[in-house]
Ligand binder design. Structure first.
Ligand code: NAD
Ligand code: UDP
Length: 338
């Protein structure tokens, strides 16, 4: 029997797409998720796409006894660790929740892996660890900083992983720094399903387009960028998912720890994204330009050369594909998985 890949947080947005990519590349995902920000319906949809329903354990990464049991019974080959909380604003209001879930959860997971003799880990980090970068594109060796508890939790976990690797180089660790994951699987069966009003740009846009929200507010038209709106590196979630498969392939074949950006290397402004989406759905989107959002930065995009060199991976899906896939998902599932 092939050893599974344990996917913590695998019922969530990036995790469910990664399950599809894992299955398509011959791996067997086993999801552990407490469903605090997702629905297990996503895994049923993964089955409809791929023909395989990932194994599912409903539980928390902070539950050491559960982890011991799962690792002993299932003997996974590696862990892809997505589980965590990710809302920046909420992290400012509830910092302890974020440190407990993200940092505490990761330490509990690492301890259980150590007890089980399993030392292969892929971790979901974020471009947020670059803070407000001095220049773009951003390389992995740029300085890191945090402006909120969510970002600080990612910084702390990166450092925990670095310390662990230095203490025991038998660990194989990938720290993947995602830029802005967007879009959905082309089937329209899985996609991003935020609870409540979306914080992120693309789900906000699709919910305006489908009539769930009345108008988009663009946070700032006076940034030092070509059109005055913020610039980001929007990466299709299936490109990101395939980046995990590439990272896993590398990790299983090579010793060591590596840190790579997963981005496209292209900056796209908020207005350019709105226009691309208008082209895709064939209608105008009501929007207004309002004050900058606290904590935002002007521009952020990746230098993806390291991922290409090390993993032989690069993002291939363009902005039109991102919009078309996000729109297909939103139209087919106007209320998400509910
Ligand atoms: P998501 O909320 O859709 O997925 C996270 C999953 O983890 C959810 O299914 C949730 O129920 C689960 N979870 C949370 N805490 C848990 C716990 N203690 N035990 C078990 N399960 C738990 O988020 P996502 O967008 O898929 O993000 C996945 C990872 O990628 C997160 O670590 C996030 O910080 C990171 N990341 C996301 C983005 C982004 O913009 N989406 C960008 C950079 C990094
Ligand atoms: N943004 C916006 N309106 C929204 C949500 C986001 O104008 O309702 C802008 C935000 O200011 C930033 C970009 O869209 O310039 C991407 O924001 P998002 O929250 O999606 O990702 P971030 O880069 O902040 O992680």
């Amino acid at each position: 029997m092939t050893q599974p890949i344990l996917v913590t947080g695998g019922a969530g947005y990036i995790g469910s797409h990664t399950c599809v990519a894992l299955i398509e590349s011959g791996h067997t995902p086993l999801v552990l998720d407490n469903l605090c920000n997702s629905s297990s319906e996503s895994l049923e949809r993964v089955r409809r796409i791929s023909g395989v329903r990932p194994g599912f354990v409903e539980g928390d990464v902070r539950d050491a006894a559960l982890l011991d049991r799962v690792l002993a019974e299932q003997r996974p080959q590696a862990v892809i660790h997505f589980a965590g909380l990710k809302a920046v604003g909420e992290s400012v209001q509830q910092p302890l929740e974020y440190y407990d879930n993200n940092v505490g959860g990761t330490v509990t997971l690492l301890q259980a892996m150590q007890r089980a003799g399993l030392r292969n880990l892929i971790f979901s980090s974020s471009a947020t660890v670059y803070g407000d970068p001095a220049s773009v594109p951003i390389r992995e060796d740029f300085p890191r900083s945090a402006t909120n508890p969510y970002g600080r939790s990612k910084l702390m976990i990166e450092d925990v992983l670095g310390d662990l690797y230095r203490a025991d180089p038998a660990w194989r660790i990938a720290r993947l720094r995602y830029f802005n994951p967007v879009g959905a699987h082309p089937s329209g069966l899985i996609g991003e399903d935020p609870r409540g009003v979306p914080n992120n740009l693309l789900p906000y846009i699709t919910q305006v387009a489908v009539g769930r929200l009345s108008r988009l507010r663009i946070f700032g038209g006076d940034w030092p960028t070509p059109d005055g709106t913020g610039v980001r590196d929007f990466i299709h979630v299936m490109d990101l998912a395939e980046g995990h498969v590439a990272a896993l392939r590398h990790l299983l074949a090579h010793e060591g720890m590596f840190t790579v950006n997963l981005g496209t290397g292209q900056g796209c402004s908020v207005l350019q994204m709105v226009q691309a989406f208008e082209r895709c759905c064939g209608r105008g989107l009501p929007y207004e330009i309002v004050q900058r959002r606290a904590g935002d930065i002007a521009e952020c995009w990746a230098d993806p050369a390291q991922a290409q060199r090390l993993l032989n991976w690069k993002a291939v899906r363009d902005l039109d594909t991102i919009c078309a896939d996000a729109w297909r998902w939103q139209q087919a599932n106007p209320a998400g998985y509910a």
